[in-house]
Design a protein around this ligand. Sequence first.
Ligand code: HEM
Length: 649
Amino acid sequence: MRPVAATAPAGAPPPSVSGSPQSNGRGPATLQPPPPPSSPRPSISPVARAPTLPPRPLPPPAPASSDLRLDLWVSLLQASATQFASAASSASAAASGAATRLQRLTSPPPLNFPAGPSGEQTLALLSDPLAFLKTSTERYGPLVGLLLGGERVVLVTGREEARQVLVEQAGSVYVKEGTAFFPGSSLAGNGLLVSDGAVWQRQRRLSNPAFRRAAVEAYAGAMVAATEDMLEGAWGRGGVRDVYADFNELTLQVTLEALFGFGADTDGRQRRAAAREQGAGSGAGSATTPGPASTSSSTSSASSTSSSSASSEDAQQIVAAVEKAFMFFTQRAATGFVIPEWLPTWDNLEFAAAVQQLDRVVYGMINRRRDELISVHGSVTAAACAVAAASSGNPVSCARPVPTDLLTGLLLSRDEDGSGMTDRALRDELMTLLVAGQETSAILLGWASALLAAHPEVQQAVVEEVLAVCGRTDVPDAQSVRQMPYLESVVLETLRLYSPAYMVGRCARVDAALGPYSLPAGTTVLVSPYVMHRDPDVWEEPEAFKPSRWHDLQRREGYQGAMSLMANLGPNGAYLPFGGGPRNCIGAGFAMMEAMLVLAAVLQRYSLELPAAAGAGAGADRGFPKPKPLITLRPEAAVLRITPRGGGR
Ligand code: HEM
C-alpha cells in the first residue's frame, strides 16, 4: 500500500511473549490483501490503470544501455496508432479524474458517508501509516470516511464489514477495477491480481490446479535446494547479516524455479554448487546488506551458471530485469506520487525496457516449453491428457514425465470447453505470480526470523520440534514440516502481527450500503488486516507475540492444516493475512510451505539473535527491525547474528 520513504516509519518494539509453549518445549501435539505484492503493488496516489494493450509480437532484444532511452523514445514515437489512442484516452481519463479529485477537496462528504477526520488526510497517512490506521479506527470505529489524494475512501476494520466487502458482495459490488492506490502495471498486465469478472474467473479456474496441495509439494524440492544453497553458501560460518536481504534473494530464486523450472536440471545443480563455492570463499558471515529487495547476489548466483544453457541465460536476464522492475516499484511507492506508466519519463522508460526484456524471455520460454511438450506428446492437448491421467493414477501416462513447474501447469491447464490460456494471458499470470509471490514471502521470513531472535524461548521450542522430527541431519521436506505444529503456529502468529499485505483494496462499482452508511459508486474501500489482527476486542493481548494462541485451534477436531484456519476470514473473522473470499491468495499454500521449510532448515542449523544492544538500535527494542510500510509491510532490514549450531549436516 502506501509509500512513504522520506518519513520515519513507526518504530515497534518486539512484542513480548506471553503464554509459553507446552512443557515438553514443543508446543502442541497437534495443531490460520495487490499487492503484493501480495496484493497488487499499491501506492497512495490515485492513478489510472495502465492501458491494456492488444497482444504484442515478441519484442526485439533490449537495446544497448547507452542508447536505451533514445531507442525507447524513438520506439514510443513510432508506436502504433492504437497505442497512441490508448495512451491519449488514458491521459484524458487521468485529466478528468484529477479534476474530480480537485473538486472533492472543496466539497463536503456525500450524505450518510462514514465519519472521519475532516479534510485531506494524505499527509497524516504518509507520515506514519500504521499509527494513522490504528488511531483513525480507535477514534471513529470500524468504518472511517477519508479523503485521500482527493479520493473518497473508506477504511474498513470491522469483521462484519470486511466480510461484506471481501466475501458476501465480492464481485457484485466490490471489485478491483477503479480502486485508488492500487494501480495496475504493464509488468503484471491483466493477471489475477487486477482483473475482474469473467476474465478473472477463467484465469483463476485455469490457475487453481497449479496451486493444489500436490502441486505445491512438487515445488518443495526447489524451496529446499535454494535454502541449502543459502545456508552452505552465504551463511557459511555465520556472522551478522541482513537476513531480510538474504531472504529476498532466496525467494526470488525459489519463485523463478517454481515458475520456470530453472533448478530442475543439471544446470540448476551446477548453479547451486557454484553459489556454494562462491559463498564459502567469501568470508561468509560478515556481510550486512541493508536495503530492500536487493537481488544482487541472485544475479551473481545466476551468473555463475553455465552460459551455454538457454535456461541459464534466461535466468540471468530475468533476474536482471526483475531487479530493475522491482526497484521501479519501490521507488514509485516511496515518492508518494504515481506517475502513470505511459508517460515517457526517465524511470518509466527504464521500466519499460525491463518489461520488454522480461517479455522477450518469458514469451521465448512459453514457446520452447510448448514445442517440447508437442515433440514429446504429439500435442499440448495430449500432454494435458497425460498429466490428467497420471494424476488419476493411470500408469500408462507416466512413461514420459511432464515438467512440474508452474509454466507447464498453466500451459496445460484446460477449461471445460478444452481451451487453454492465450500466450498473453500466460505471460500476465507468470509475471503476476512473480510480483505477488516473491517479496511477500521474503517479508514473512524476515519478520519471523526477527521475532524468533527476539524471543529465544520460542526459538528454542521450535528447534526442539525440528530436531525431534528431522534430527540434525535429515533435510526438512514437505512431509516432515507437516509434523511441526509449533513452527506452524509461529508462522501464523508472525502473519498476524506483521501481515505483509497490510491493506487490501476494492472499489464499489455501484452505490452500496455498508453497515449503516451509504457509499457512492467509485468509493475506494481499504480493508486493513494490520488493524484487524490487533483488535483488542478479538485478540487477547493483541500486541504480544504469542504462538501458543493457535494451539487450541490446531487441536480442533477435523483440523486440516493451516489453510483450513484461514477460510472465511479466519477462526474469529479477523484473520486475513492472505485476504479472503473469492479473491484470496492463490499462493497461500505455497507461501506457508515455503516459510515452514526455510525456517525449519535455518533453525536446524543456526541460532538467531538480535545483535548485541549496541549503537543506535540499543534500548528497549534491542535492534528489532522497524516496520517500513511501503507497498507492503516490510522490515526496514533484519540484521541478526547467525551462529551455526554445530554437529549437523
Ligand atoms: C506470505 C506471503 C503472501 C502473502 C502475505 C500474500 C497475501 C495476499 C493477499 C492478502 C491477497 C489478496 C489481495 C486482495 O484481496 O486484493 C493475495 C492475492 C494473490 N496472491 Fe498472495 N500472498 C503471499 C504469497 C503469494 C505467493 C507465493 C503467490 C504465488 C506464487 C501469490 C499469488 C497471489 C495471487 C495471484 C493473488 C491474486 C489472487 C486473485 O485475485 O485471484 N501470493 N495475496
